[in-house]
Write a protein that binds this ligand. Sequence first.
Ligand SMILES: [Zn+2]
Length: 234
Amino acid sequence: MDSIKSCYLKEFNAEITNIEDDLIELDQTLFYPIGGGQDWDQGILKINNKEINVLEVKGRETITHLVESNHNLEMGQKIQGSIDWERRYAHMKMHTAQHLISAVVYDLFDGVRTVGNQIRHDRSRIDFNPISFDEEMLTELVTETNERIKRGAELQVKTMSRDEINEIMPPERTNMDLVPPHVENLRVVVIGDNLDLCPCAGTHIQNISEIGEIEFLGKKSKGKGTQRFSYTLK
Ligand SMILES: [Zn+2]
């Protein structure tokens, strides 16, 4: 995705370039493949008034669309793709909430790192280290996050060099110290006036105010000082 705006596109035209059983490749696609902790898009491929369900989407260089069996699709056919918008928009909000929660945890609790995440349409989770959440910290985290959402802030996608990123954000917030040394430029997602800045290839919303409110679902210890924070949106 090149910009935040392009995350809001729902329909596209494409040509089938490869078929292997139920796996379809297209010359272009708006379907987001599973990756970066975020679940894949679902939706349909339309051809001659027929609608074929897209069940799973995978890959980076080559993106494959797993469709329902007995699809009767053929190489070279022109299709119209349509994303299940409710699911995608939920991912965009959940994913943007993850950036924000990670930033708030980093700010409130002395540089605690985000070490993993899983973004789903109904519930998501983030792993933090080192931390041991108590009731008071959880309340503080949820309150602060929801206040920032209410104030709102625009998101931007930029390409920046390693040095530019490290000048603005400490490497333990951006996980830049884990990016292989040969990678020079990265796609970064910026919230507001550098409220947060993080390399990311997922889908996001235009303004954090679209998130609504986060709701805490549970915490779980994952060992070695790591705790998992689960949340949903309301
Ligand atoms: Zn992201």
